[in-house]
Write a new protein. Sequence first.
Length: 235
Amino acid sequence: MSSALGKDKDCKEKEAKPPSGKERERGSRRHTGSLGKEGKESKTKGKDAKDGKKDASGAPPAVAFSVDNTIKRPNPAQGIRKKSSNAEVVKELGKCRDENSTRLDLSKRSIHLLPSSIKELTQLTELYLYSNKLQSLPAEVGCLSGLVTLALSENSLTSLPDSLDNLKKLRMLDLRHNKLREIPAVVYRVTSLTTLYLRFNRITAVEKDIHNLAKLTMLSIRENKIKQLPAEIGK
């Protein structure tokens, strides 16, 4: 019986025996390895999450490109406005013709080009085209043989059509605030002129042919680049 008790005691002692130093060291290593593995996995997940953010942020360039394409497309509204403006001018010309008006005012309409149908308005005596964006006039303006007043100030004219010498009744020609570098040769041939406004241009000289305009009572050429006048101006 004592022998049996001794065996039970040995078993209990074996069961209650704490782990040795080597065993503790092994357990610690296993625990550290487990933590290291979890840390690596955590880092990997964090990296993946960061990469995921990069991928998500990589999408906007495609959207921006789409927006850029949209911006670069021509705005149809602008084209409509231009067509509407031209249509309104043509409508005004038609109305003037139908009503047989002698005065036509197309000022401040942002007109770039005067329609050739202007030639139909042969009854006109006054034509006002100031404050537009005209760079030239159509030759058809020469068909307005009854014209007395032609106002063209505040445009971007650099020349005039030769057909203007057909305007035998023209008395007032206003060319202020344009881009003329010289007095157009045709002006010297409009001998019916009594008033000629040429202020605020880029004119550098007045030709001898100015003496052709014997009926002039008003010649305004201030704010140009003229250094001297020809002797013929007083003849």
